[in-house]
Design a protein around this ligand. Structure first.
Ligand code: MSP
Length: 640
C-alpha cells in the first residue's frame, strides 16, 4: 500500500529545535524505509501560521503576521536539507491552495449540517490554541504551558464533534493499529469515556483577523486547528488530485504526545463529517528533554538543529535521535550522551569495522572483492547473523521501533569486529598457503558490511551511500527485496580506498568551529616569522634523534586510561612503548602494523607502564593517524 507520512506543521512562533527535528527525522527515515521496501511514498512537513499565538508573536516584534511567518517558516524549510530530510511538499497554511482547501472543506461540513452558530464560554489556552476542559487543568493551569487559561465568552460557529463520538470509539477499538503506542490509545479511549463537547471552529474577526475567512460568514476566521489539520489533505490535492486517491488510504501522522487530542479526536471526526476514511495510523512519540530538564528558551537550553549538525554531522544526529529514544517514551539529550554514542558506536564500532575491512582488502587483495573458498563455522555464523539482522531490522522499522532496529545492526557490527580478531587476516596474509582462507574471511566481512550499509540507508543515507560506493556498488538507493541477499558482492569488484567514516570527536571540546588566531598587525606577523626562525634546528641536532621502523606485535589497553595503549613492538628488538592512541585505534587493528618510532628517548613511566620510545602519528584536526609509508619494511630499519 502506498505510504504517506506527515509531521505536524510547526508553529512559526518558535525557531526549529531538537523536538521538531526528531519528528521530522523519523518521518524522513520511515519514508526512506518504506520506499526501500518497494512502496510508493510521500512525505509532507511544513508550518502552521495562523491563530492568536502567531498574531501575538508578530505584534511583539512589530511586524505583520505574514512577514513574521515568512521569516520563521523559511528557517524550518532551510533546516531540513542539512539533515538529509527530503519532504515532497513543504506546506504553509498561508499557501493559496491550502486556503482554498480549508474553505471547500468548511462548505462541505456546513452543507452537511454539522456546523451551527452558538454562544460559548470556555477556558482558552493560547499555547495550546484550544479550549481546555476543567479536567485537563492542573492547579487551575494548563499542564503543558503552566499558565492559567483565559476565560472567553463569545458567539461562534461550532462543529458537531459529539455526533461522531460513538463511531470514533468503535473505530479505535476495532483498529488496534490506529493509535500507537498503546498508552496513547488508552489515553484517548479514557477521554472518550466522557461525553465529548462540540468544537468551536471560528474566531470573530473583531478579535482575531489572522486566519482563513469562513466561506459562509465573512465576520469570522477559521479556528487554527480546523485550518491546520486540513493541511494533510491539501498536500495531496484533495478532493480530486490523483495523489489524494493514491496516498490517503496509507496516511500515517507522526506527532508528539502534546497534540494527541486534536489528532486523535478532532481530526478523525472532521474526516468522518467530510465523508472521508480516517487516516491509517497515528504514531505518537514522547518528549525530548535536555540534560534531564525540560527544554525551554528561558532556561537557555534549547538545542538547535543547525548547531547539532555543525558539531556532529547529519548522519550522527540522525543516528543518535533514532537510537536513543524508545518510540513513545520521553528521552534526554546531552552533549555527553551524543559524544559518547558518536565515539563508541560510530567512530569505534562502525567506523573501525569499515576502515579496517577496506584497509585489509587494499593491502591483501589489491582493493578487489576476493572470491571465497570453503566456508567454516565462524563464517557461516556471521552470515546467518547478518541475514537475520536484515529481517529483524525490517520488522522493527515497520513497528516504529527504531532503537531496536538499530540495536540489532550494532549487534552484528560487534560480531564482525570480533570475527576480524578471531581470524586475524594479517596473520593469514603472511602464509601463502592460507590465501584461500584469507580470501574467504575478507569476502565474508565485505558481504556483511554490504548488508549493514543496506540497513543504514534509511537512517543515515549519506554515510550509507559512501559505504555502498566503497563496496563497489551502484549509485542508487538499494531496495530490500532486490538487495537483501547475502551473495551479491561479485568477486573481482573494485573497492574504494579506506577513509574514516566518522573521525573521532575530542572528548571535552564539543563546541563550534575552531578558529585560527589571526595576526592583527605587521609587527605581530614579523614576530611570528622570527619565532619560526627560532624554531629552526641544525642538521646535527636532528641526527641525534634515532627514528626506526617498528612493527606492532601486540597491543592492549592500559587500565584506567582512555587514551593510552601498551604496545609491544619489534624494532628490531622487542620493546614496550606506551602510545596515546587508544581513542583513535582499537588494539586488534594495530597488530602487524608498521609505525615510526623515536627509538632513543629516555624511558618514561606512564600509568605505571615503562615506555621505551615514542610512536609518531600525524595530528589532523581531532584525529591521530599512524603512518609509516605505503610499503612494508624490515623492522628496525633506520628512518632518515
Ligand atoms: N501547529 C501545531 C501542529 C499542527 S499539526 C496539524 C503544533 N505545532 S508545534 O510547533 O507546537 O509542534 C509540536 C510538535 O513539535 C510536537 O508534536 C512534536 O512533533 C514536536 N516537538 C516540539 N517539542 C518537542 C520535544 N521537546 N520533544 C519531542 N518533540 C516535540 O503543535
Amino acid at each position: 500500500m502506498p505510504f504517506y507520512v506527515t509531521t505536524p506543521i510547526f508553529y512559526v512562533n518558535a525557531q526549529p529545535h531538537l523536538g521538531h527535528t526528531y519528528t521530522t527525522v523519523i518521518a524522513d527515515a520511515a519514508r526512506r524505509f518504506f520506499r526501500m521496501s518497494g512502496e510508493e511514498t510521500r512525505f509532507q512537513t511544513g508550518t502552521d501560521e495562523h491563530g492568536d499565538k502567531i498574531a501575538q508573536a508578530a505584534a511583539a516584534e512589530g511586524v505583520s503576521p505574514k512577514e513574521y511567518a515568512d521569516r520563521i517558516s523559511a528557517m524550518f524549510r532551510e533546516a531540513w536539507p542539512n539533515l538529509a530530510i527530503e519532504p515532497d511538499r513543504f506546506i504553509r497554511t498561508t499557501d493559496p491552495d491550502h486556503v482554498a482547501t480549508v474553505q471547500a472543506a468548511l462548505e462541505k461540513v456546513h452543507e452537511k449540517g454539522d456546523i451551527y452558530f452558538s454562544e460559548y464560554e470556555g477556558l482558552y489556552c493560547v499555547g495550546c490554541e484550544r479550549f481546555l476542559t476543567e479536567k485537563e487543568l492542573v492547579d487551575g493551569k494548563c499542564p503543558d504551558h503552566l499558565k492559567e487559561p483565559e476565560r472567553i465568552a463569545e458567539q461562534n460557529y461550532f462543529f458537531r464533534m459529539s455526533k461522531y463520538q460513538d463511531w470514533l470509539v468503535e473505530h479505535i477499538k476495532a483498529n488496534p493499529e490506529f493509535i500507537r503506542p498503546e498508552r496513547y490509545r488508552n489515553e484517548i479511549l479514557a477521554m472518550l469515556a466522557e461525553p465529548l463537547e462540540d468544537l468551536c471552529i471560528s474566531r470573530p474577526k473583531s478579535r482575531l483577523s489572522w486566519g482563513i475567512p469562513l466561506p459562509f460568514d465573512e465576520n469570522f476566521v477559521t479556528y487554527v486547528w480546523f485550518d491546520a489539520l486540513i493541511n494533510y489533505l491539501t498536500g495531496l490535492g484533495y478532493p480530486d488530485g490523483p495523489d489524494f486517491e493514491k496516498f490517503w488510504p496509507g496516511a500515517v501522522h507522526v506527532i508528539a504526545k502534546d497534540i494527541l487530542k486534536p489528532h486523535a479526536i478532532f481530526w478523525p471526526t472532521m474526516l468522518r463529517s467530510l465523508g472521508l476514511a480516517p487516516y491509517r495510523g497515528l504514531r505518537v512519540h514522547g518528549y525530548w528533554n535536555v540534560d534531564d530538564t525540560k527544554m525551554s528558551k528561558s532556561l537557555g537550553n534549547v538545542v538547535r538543529p543547525g548547531e547539532m549538525v555543525e558539531k556532529y554531522g547529519a548522519a550522527a544526529c540522525r543516528y543518535f535521535l533514532l537510537r536513543e529514544m524508545a518510540f513513545g517514551v520521553d528521552s534526554s539529550f546531552s552533549d555527553e550522551a551524543m559524544t559518547a554514542r558518536y565515539n563508541s558506536d560510530l567512530a569505534n564500532d562502525l567506523g573501525n569495522l569499515f576502515s579496517r575491512s577496506l584497509t585489509m582488502a587494499r593491502n591483501f587483495c589489491d582493493s578487489r572483492v576476493p572470491a571465497p573458498a570453503a566456508f567454516e563455522n565462524g563464517d557461516l555464523e556471521l552470515k546467518e547473523a547478518a541475514e537475520k539482522m536484515v529481517e529483524t531490522f525490517k520488522r522493527e522499522m515497520r513497528a516504529w521501533n527504531f532503537h531496536r532496529a538499530l540495536a540489532e545492526v550494532w549487534l552484528v557490527i560487534g560480531m564482525a569486529n570480533r570475527y576480524i580478531v578471531n581470524n586475524a587476516p594479517w596473520e593469514l596474509a603472511k602464509e601463502p598457503e592460507k590465501r584461500p582462507r584469507l580470501d574467504t574471511v575478507l569476502h565474508t566481512l565485505l558481504a556483511c558490511l554490504r548488508l549493514i550499509a543496506l540497513c543504514l540507508f534509511p537512517v543515515m543515507p549519506d554515510k550509507a551511500r559512501e559505504m555502498w560506493l566503497s563496496l563497489g556498488l551502484n549509485d542508487r538507493e538499494p531496495d530490500f527485496s532486490r538487495d537483501a541477499a547475502w551473495d551479491l558482492l561479485a568477486p573481482g569488484t573494485s573497492l574504494g580506498q579506506p577513509a574514516p567514516l566518522f573521525p573521532r570527536l575530542a572528548k571535552k571540546k564539543t563546541g563550534g568551529k575552531q578558529q585560527q588566531p589571526k595576526a592583527k598587525s605587521g609587527k605581530a606577523s614579523n614576530r611570528k616569522k622570527d619565532k619560526g626562525k627560532e624554531n629552526l634546528i641544525d642538521i646535527s641536532e636532528f641526527s641525534r634523534i634515532d627514528l626506526r621502523l617498528a612493527e606492532i606485535k601486540s597491543a592492549e589497553r592500559i587500565e584506567k586510561s582512555d587514551r593510552l595503549l601498551k604496545l609491544t613492538v619489534l624494532a628490531p628488538e622487542e620493546r614496550t612503548v606506551v602510545a596515546g592512541i587508544a581513542e583513535h585505534y582499537s588494539p586488534d587493528e594495530l597488530i602487524g602494523r608498521q609505525v615510526i618510532l623515536v627509538a632513543n628517548l629516555k624511558p618514561a613511566k606512564l600509568m605505571g607502564v615503562e615506555s621505551h620510545g615514542m610512536v609518531l602519528a600525524i595530528k589532523d584536526g581531532g584525529r591521530l593517524i599512524l603512518s609509516s609509508g605505503s610499503e612494508r619494511a624490515t623492522p628496525g630499519s633506520k628512518v632518515s
